[in-house]
Design a protein. Structure first.
Lengths: 760, 152
C-alpha cells in the first residue's frame, strides 16, 4: 500500500474526537468505592502512632491501610525491565515519611467526601526529623533519609547517594595541552509532566475472582508484575487494562496508585477507584530530576574539541526511582555527539533529599546533559571567534562512526557498542540554518538574538526492551493487531497498523489495533525510552512477514500455483504469472472452515541490539524586552533526523509537543518549595505551562535518512526534541544581550539581573 | 432539589444537591466527553457551552444552570460521521491523547459562531484557556483555520 511516509489520521482518532468514554475515569463500575490518601505534611519524620478510632466511627468508611496492615516489601516504583536497575527503597506504606507529600495512609469509603472527612479525623503522631533539601548538604550524610536496613541497590545510603557513576576514557594529561577551555554549569530546577489526565485507576474482582486493574499507565506489564509481587497474587490472577491515556511523558512509567487500589479490593472485595487531584499530581506523582550539570571542553583555536568532562549532581528527591538510569543517560545520550574528543570523563551522583520524587520524564537525563553541553559548545565557539555551527560541524558524530561512550555507559550499567547507521546531522544543521536565517545574527547586543543547539537520543534500550506483537486474521479477511505497546496519546497504534499494512500490502482499514491488555496482548516493556517505533515497530513488521507467509501458503493451495508466483495486493493474493487471484475473505473462509483448517495468526518479538539515535538541530530567534526582562520567542525552527518518518503529521505533533514542553520548562515552569519543603504552587494557575498565546510559530523540518536496523528505516521521535529548547534559548540570549544564564527557568528577573551584571 | 436544564437540545429534569458541580452532574448523566483535568478552572478540559458560551463546568454549580442550555461534545457530534470541526482536528493531527480535545472543539465552535473569519491572534486568544500538553497548539490553530477555509 506504500503508506509509509504519508500522513493519515490516527486510527483511534474518530472515537477520540467524538469524546467517547475511552479513559479510565469514563468507565463506570457498579458500586465502586473511593479511596483517598493522607499525605505527609512533614518533609522528614517518623510515624510514632496512628489513631484511626474517630475515622472508623464515620458512616461510610470501609477500610484504612497503613504500615500496620500491609506487608513490608522493599521495592522500586519504577516501571522498568526486571530486575529493575532502580534501588529498592520504597514501601507500600512505611513508618517513616521522607518528603512533604509522601504516603502516610489511605482510606476507603463510599465517597471521596467521606474518605476526606475520615482523613481529617485521623490523628498521626510524628517524631520530626531534620530535613535536608540541598544535594550537597545531603552528601555530607549528617541526615540520613534511607536508614532502613532493608534498602537494596542504593549506592551509599549513609551519604544519601542513590546512584553513582564514574567513567574515564583517555589520558587526563591531555588537558595540559588544550589551547582553549570552555565551561558551562547549568542548574536545572524541579518541573512536572502535567499530563492533562491525572493519575487514575480503578480495580475490581471479575466474575472469575481475578483482580482487574484499569489504569492510566505507560507500563501495564510492569504494573502487573509489581502488583503481583506486592500482593502475592500470581500474574495469572491479575489483569491490567490500559484504555486510552490522557498523556504520560514519563509520569506514568511508575507504580503510583495501583498497589493501594489493589490492596483495598483484595481486602474488601469491592471495586475501588482512586484519582489524583491536580495538586496531588504535582506533589505526589513524579517530577523531572533537578540537576547541576557541569561541562568542561578542551580544544584548539581551529575548533577541534579534544577533551570533554561532564559532572552531574542529580536530585533524586525522596526515593531513587529512575535515579541511576536518568543519571547515566545524562552522559550516555549526549557525549557521543562530539566523538572526536579523545578524552571523555563522565562522573555523576544521584542524591536523596526530602523533596518530591523525581522519576522518568521525556528527555530522561539527555535533557539535563544537553543544557550544559550545548551551552558549553557555544561558549567554546565564542572564545575562539568561530561560528558555533562550524564548531559543531567539525566535531559532531557521523554515519559509520562510533563513540566509546556507547559501550561504557548504558542505563544504570555498561552499555552496548554501536556504529551509527544513519546520521542526518549535516543536513539538519543546514536546513535549520536556512529556515531561521542564521545570517541575520549580528554582534549587536540590542535584545534581538538567534541561538541554536543540537540534540540526540536513542531508540529503546538495547538488549533490554522487548516488544511483542500478535496479528490474527478473521474469516472475513479483516485483522486484529494485538500489541503490548502502550499508546498513551503518541499515536503508536496508528504507527503499528501502518507498518503491518505496508508490510502486507493490505489496506489499513482492514486492521484493528488493541493496546494494551495483559490478558490478551503479548508482552511489551511499555511506552518509554523512545522505544515504540523502533522496538515495537520491528516486532510488528516481523509478525506481518509471518502472516504474509501464511496467506501465500493458503493462496498457493487455492490457486494451485507455487508460492513463489504469488504476492499480496490490496484484498487478494495474486499470481504474477497467470494473474489469477483469491481474496483474503476466501482465504479466511478456507483456513477457518473448509480445508486443512488453522487460525491464521502470528506472533513476533523484537529486542534491539543497538539504540540508533535520532538527531535534531534547534534554532531560536528571540527578542528580549530590556525593561521587563521578558523573552519573546519570535520563531523556533527544529530540523529532525528520525530516519524514515512513518506518519509525518503525527510525528510533527510529537516534535511540536516536545518543543512546547521544553520551552515551558526553559522559561516559565517551576515547582517551588517553602522552607519546610512543601510545594507552594501545585496548580495550573501558579505553575504555568504554555498556552496557545505563548507557543511561538514553530517550523518542523524532517530530514530523510534511512536507519538500516529500523522498521522501514525508522528511528524514534518522542524525546529527542525536548532536549533542545534550554540550550538554544540560552545561546540566543547571549547573542541578544551578551548574557549567559546558568540557572533555569530563564525568568524575567534572572534576565534583568544578568543584564545589570553585564552593564556594570 | 430538582433542576431543569436543556442538554444538547433536550430538556431534562434531574435531582441535584446545592454543592454538585455541573462537571460531575454531566458526567453522572453519561456526558463523559466533559473531562476533569484540574477541577480548579485552570485547564479547560471540562469546557461546555452554556447558553452558547464556553464555560468551565468544574466551577459552576448545577443550580446555576437551572433553565439554561448546555451543549457538550456529544451534542455536536452527528449520528453519522463527524462535525466539520472534529474532522479538521482529526485531519491535521491536532488530536494526540484526546483528553483536551472536547473542550478545544467546543471553544472553537463558540469562536466561529461569534467570529466567522478569526485572525490567528483571535484563535490563539480564544483557545488560550484550553491547555494541552501533547501538541504544542500549532496543529489546533491550523485545524481552526482549516474549518474557516472550508466554510468559505
Amino acid at each position: 500500500m506504500n503508506s509509509i511516509g504519508k500522513s493519515i489520521p490516527r486510527v483511534d482518532g474518530d472515537v477520540l474526537v467524538k469524546g467517547n468514554p475511552l479513559f479510565v475515569d469514563d468507565i463506570d463500575i457498579k458500586d465502586v468505592k473511593f479511596a483517598k490518601i493522607m499525605w505527609s505534611p512533614h518533609a522528614h519524620a517518623r510515624i510514632v502512632d496512628i489513631d484511626t478510632s474517630e475515622a472508623e466511627k464515620l458512616p461510610g468508611v470501609i477500610d484504612i491501610l497503613s504500615y500496620k496492615n500491609v506487608p513490608r516489601i522493599p521495592h522500586t516504583t519504577a516501571g522498568q525491565g526486571y530486575p529493575e536497575p532502580s534501588p529498592y527503597d520504597a514501601f507500600i506504606f512505611d513508618k517513616k515519611v521522607r518528603y512533604a507529600g509522601d504516603r502516610v495512609l489511605a482510606v476507603l469509603a463510599d465517597s471521596e467526601e467521606i474518605a476526606e472527612e475520615a482523613i481529617s479525623k485521623i490523628k498521626v503522631k510524628y517524631e520530626l526529623l531534620p530535613p535536608v533539601f540541598d544535594t550537597e548538604e545531603a552528601l555530607k550524610g549528617e541526615i540520613i533519609i534511607h536508614d532502613e536496613p532493608e534498602i537494596k541497590g542504593a549506592y551509599d545510603p549513609s551519604h544519601n547517594i542513590a546512584s553513582s557513576v564514574e567513567v574515564e576514557i583517555g589520558e587526563k594529561e591531555i588537558w595540559e595541552r588544550q589551547e582553549v577551555i570552555a565551561e558551562s554549569e547549568m542548574v536545572l530546577h524541579y518541573g512536572q509532566h502535567v499530563p492533562l489526565e491525572p493519575h487514575t485507576v480503578v480495580t475490581y474482582f471479575d466474575e472469575y475472582e481475578r483482580l482487574v486493574i484499569i489504569s492510566s499507565t505507560q507500563v501495564p506489564f510492569h504494573i502487573r508484575r509489581m502488583v503481583s509481587i506486592l500482593t502475592g497474587l500470581p500474574q495469572s490472577r491479575i489483569r491490567v487494562i490500559k484504555p486510552r491515556i490522557g498523556g504520560g511523558f514519563g509520569a506514568k512509567q511508575e507504580l503510583v496508585l495501583e498497589d493501594i487500589a489493589a490492596f483495598f479490593t483484595i481486602r474488601n472485595r469491592v471495586p475501588v477507584r482512586i484519582t489524583f487531584t491536580r495538586a496531588e499530581e504535582f506533589i505526589s506523582s513524579r517530577t523531572r530530576h533537578p540537576m547541576k550539570v557541569k561541562v568542561r571542553l578542551g580544544g584548539d583555536k581551529k575548533g577541534n574539541i579534544n577533551a570533554i568532562e561532564m559532572i552531574a549532581l542529580s536530585n533524586a528527591g525522596a526515593y531513587g526511582t529512575h535515579s541511576g538510569t536518568v543519571l547515566y543517560n545524562v552522559g550516555s545520550k549526549t557525549l557521543p555527539l562530539y566523538n572526536k574528543a579523545t578524552y571523555v570523563r563522565f562522573s555523576g551522583k544521584a542524591v536523596y533529599t526530602n523533596l518530591p520524587v523525581a522519576g522518568a520524564y521525556r528527555g530522561y537525563g539527555a535533557f539535563q546533559g544537553f543544557a550544559a553541553l550545548e551551552t558549553a559548545v557555544d561558549i567554546f565557539a565564542e572564545k575562539i571567534g568561530m561560528d558555533p555551527l562550524l564548531v559543531r560541524d567539525k566535531n559532531h558524530i557521523r554515519e559509520g562512526e562510533t563513540s566509546p561512550i556507547f559501550k561504557a555507559l548504558g542505563e544504570g550499567r555498561e552499555g552496548t557498542e554501536q556504529i551509527i547507521g544513519s546520521c542526518g546531522l549535516e543536513e539538519v544543521i543546514k536546513r535549520g540554518k536556512e529556515a531561521i536565517g542564521w545570517e541575520k545574527r549580528t554582534k549587536e547586543r540590542d535584545g534581538y538574538g538567534i541561538g541554536m543547539a543540537l540534540s540526540m537520543q536513542g531508540s529503546g534500550i538495547p538488549l533490554i526492551d522487548m516488544a511483542s506483537v500478535t496479528i490474527r486474521m478473521n474469516d472475513d479477511g479483516t485483522f486484529f493487531i494485538y500489541a503490548g505497546a502502550t499508546d498513551i496519546g503518541t499515536g503508536s497504534d496508528t504507527l503499528l497498523a501502518k507498518i503491518v499494512a505496508d508490510e502486507l500490502n493490505i489496506p489499513l482499514e482492514r486492521f484493528k489495533v488493541f493496546s494494551s491488555d495483559t490478558d490478551f496482548t503479548p508482552f511489551d516493556t511499555g511506552a518509554y525510552a523512545s522505544s515504540t517505533t523502533y522496538v515495537s515497530g520491528n516486532a510488528a513488521k516481523e509478525a506481518a512477514k509471518k502472516i504474509k507467509a501464511q496467506l501465500i501458503q493458503v493462496g498457493s493451495k487455492m490457486l494451485g500455483e507455487p508460492e513463489d508466483n504469488l504476492y499480496i495486493e490490496g484484498d487478494s493474493v495474486v499470481s504474477k504469472i497467470t494473474g489469477k487471484e483469491v481474496t483474503l475473505r476466501e482465504i479466511g473462509v478456507r483456513a477457518t472452515y473448509n480445508n486443512e483448517q488453522f487460525q491464521i495468526e502470528a506472533n513476533a518479538s523484537y529486542v534491539g541490539e543497538v539504540s540508533p539515535p535520532p538527531f535534531a538541530a534547534h534554532f531560536v530567534e528571540l527578542e528580549v524586552d530590556k525593561t521587563t526582562g521578558l523573552i519573546h520567542i519570535l520563531k523556533y525552527v527544529v530540523a529532525v533526523d528520525a530516519g524514515t518518518v512513518i506518519n509525518p503529521k503525527l510525528a510533527e505533533g510529537q516534535v511540536l509537543g516536545a518543543i512546547a514542553n521544553g520551552i515551558g520548562y526553559a522559561i516559565m515552569e517551576e515547582m517551588k518549595f517553602d522552607k519546610k519543603g512543601r510545594t507552594i504552587n501545585p496548580s495550573l494557575i501558579s505553575y504555568k505551562i504554555l498556552s496557545t498565546e505563548d507557543m511561538p510559530p514553530t517550523e518542523v523540518i524532517f530530514v530523510d535518512t534511512y536507519e538500516p536496523t529500523g522498521p522501514f528505516g525508522a528511528k524514534s521521535i518522542a524525546e529527542v526534541c525536548i532536549d533542545g529548547p534550554i540550550p538554544a534559548i540560552a545561546n540566543a540570549l547571549y547573542d541578544a544581550l551578551g548574557i549567559r544564564l546558568f540557572s533555569t527557568p530563564f525568568t524575567p528577573e534572572k534576565v534583568l539581573f544578568a543584564l545589570k551584571e553585564v552593564e556594570r | 432539589m430538582k433542576v431543569r436544564i436543556n442538554i444538547n437540545g433536550k430538556w431534562i429534569e434531574e435531582e441535584t444537591t446545592p454543592s454538585e458541580k455541573l462537571l460531575d452532574f454531566l458526567r453522572r448523566l453519561g456526558y463523559k466527553s466533559v473531562k476533569a483535568g484540574c477541577r480548579e478552572g485552570d485547564c479547560g478540559a471540562c469546557t461546555v457551552l452554556f447558553n452558547g458560551k464556553p464555560i468551565r463546568s468544574c466551577l459552576m454549580f448545577v443550580l446555576q444552570a437551572d433553565g439554561a442550555t448546555i451543549e457538550t461534545l456529544e451534542g455536536i457530534t452527528p449520528e453519522d460521521g463527524l462535525h466539520p470541526i472534529q474532522k479538521a482536528f482529526l485531519e491535521v493531527g491536532a488530536v494526540q491523547c484526546g483528553f483536551c480535545t472536547p473542550g478545544m472543539i467546543l471553544t472553537t465552535k463558540a469562536l466561529l459562531e461569534k467570529t466567522k473569519h478569526p485572525t490567528e491572534e483571535e484563535i490563539r486568544e480564544a483557545l488560550k484557556g484550553n491547555l494541552c500538553r501533547c501538541t504544542g497548539y500549532i496543529q489546533q490553530i491550523e485545524a481552526v483555520k482549516k474549518v474557516v477555509e472550508e466554510n468559505e
